[in-house]
Write a protein that binds this ligand. Structure first.
Ligand code: G1P
Length: 297
C-alpha cells in the first residue's frame, strides 16, 4: 500500500507579543534562529518526514513569510555574478523545499480556529499540524514516527513530552494509559494549560499533531475555551472522550532535543545550542563562552 500524501499546516498568525518590538512588523516565525527563520526549520522537518505540501496560516505582516518562500531573482542574480555559490544555495533553499501555500486566518480566534482555516486545502486526508514555537532537532525525528503510528492505528496522534510540573500550566496536558509500544500512550483526556495542582500528569503537548479530517467538524462547534480562544486541545479532548468520532487519540512521547523558541530566554538558549553544534560557528563560540564563563557571577 502506498502511503497517502500528508500535508502540513503551520499556524503563523499569532501576535507574537512576547517578542515585541521585534514582532511589530514581522511574524515571530520569521525570527532568526542562528541564521534561518524559525519557520524554515519547521518546513525542513516536514520535508524530512516526506511532506512536500505546506500550508501556512498567516495573520498580519504576512509579506515577510510569503517573500521568504519565494524566489528573489535580483539577489540570486547578484550572488551568481559575484560567484558566491554558497550564499546563492542558501538563498534558494527556502524556495525549493516544498510547495508552500498561504491562507489568512482573518480574526485571530485561537489555534483551533487557525487549524479550521486549513479545511479546504487539506480536504478529507490525514494531515500534520506543526507549531513554529517548537523546533525539533533534525537528529531526533518525531513527525515520521507520529505519521507511522497514525496510519497504522487510524489514530489522531499528538506529540507529548515530560516537563517539570511547575511548567505544565504553559501547555496542553494529557491524562494517559500505557500501550504495548513504550513510546506510545492512549490519551483518555486533555486539558489546556491546567494549574499544576489540577494537572492529570506532567505530559505536555508539544507542537506536533497528526490529525484526521474529522477534527474539522469538531472544531466547527468548539466553543472558546482558555483565554477566550478556540483551542485545538478542546477539540482533541472531544475526540478522546468519544472514540466513535474518529478512532483513538494517541500520544507519541518525545524524549529527543526540542528547542522552545516561543519564550525569550528559551529562544536565546536554543540559538546558542544550535550554533554550538555548527561547524562554522561552534568552535569560536565555544572558546568565547569559556572565556566568558569565569567572568560571570
Ligand atoms: C499551544 C497549545 C498548547 C500546546 C503548546 C505547545 O499553546 O494550545 O496546548 O501545549 O502550543 O507549544 P501556545 O504555546 O500557543 O499558547
Amino acid at each position: 500500500m502506498t502511503q497517502p500524501s500528508i500535508k502540513a499546516v503551520i499556524p503563523a498568525a499569532g501576535l507574537g507579543t512576547r517578542f515585541l518590538p521585534a514582532t511589530k512588523a514581522m511574524p515571530k516565525e520569521m525570527l532568526p534562529v542562528v541564521d534561518k527563520p524559525a519557520i524554515q526549520y519547521v518546513v525542513e522537518e516536514a520535508v524530512a518526514a516526506g511532506i512536500d505540501d505546506v500550508l501556512v496560516i498567516i495573520g498580519r505582516n504576512k509579506n515577510a513569510l510569503a517573500n521568504h518562500f519565494d524566489r528573489v531573482t535580483e539577489l540570486e542574480h547578484t550572488l551568481e555574478q559575484k560567484g558566491d555559490h554558497g550564499k546563492l544555495a542558501r538563498v534558494m533553499e527556502a524556495s525549493s523545499l516544498a510547495d508552500v501555500h498561504f491562507v489568512r486566518q482573518g480574526d485571530p480566534k485561537g489555534l483551533g480556529h487557525a487549524v479550521l482555516r486549513a479545511r479546504k486545502h487539506v480536504g478529507h486526508e490525514t494531515f500534520a499540524v506543526m507549531l513554529g514555537d517548537d523546533l525539533i532537532d533534525a537528529r531526533d525525528p518525531l513527525l515520521s514516527r507520529m505519521i507511522e503510528v497514525s496510519l497504522a492505528q487510524s489514530a489522531t496522534v499528538v506529540a507529548l513530552m515530560e516537563v517539570d510540573p511547575s511548567q505544565i500550566h504553559l501547555y496542553g496536558c494529557a491524562d494517559v494509559d500505557t500501550t504495548a509500544d513504550s513510546d506510545v500512550v492512549r490519551i483518555k483526556a486533555l486539558v489546556e494549560k491546567p494549574k499544576a495542582e489540577d494537572a492529570p500528569s506532567n505530559l505536555a503537548i508539544i507542537g506536533r499533531y497528526v490529525l484526521k479530517p474529522e477534527i474539522f467538524d469538531v472544531l466547527e462547534h468548539t466553543e472558546p475555551g482558555k483565554g477566550g480562544e478556540i483551542q485545538l486541545t478542546d477539540a482533541l479532548e472531544e475526540l478522546a472522550e468519544d472514540e466513535s468520532i474518529a478512532g483513538p487519540v494517541l500520544g507519541v512521547i518525545f524524549s529527543g532535543r526540542r528547542y522552545d523558541t516561543g519564550d525569550r530566554l528559551e529562544y536565546l538558549k536554543s540559538s546558542l545550542l544550535l550554533a554550538l553544534d555548527r561547524d562554522d560557528l561552534g568552535p569560536a563560540l565555544t572558546s568565547w563562552l569559556k572565556e566568558l564563563t569565569p567572568t560571570l557571577d
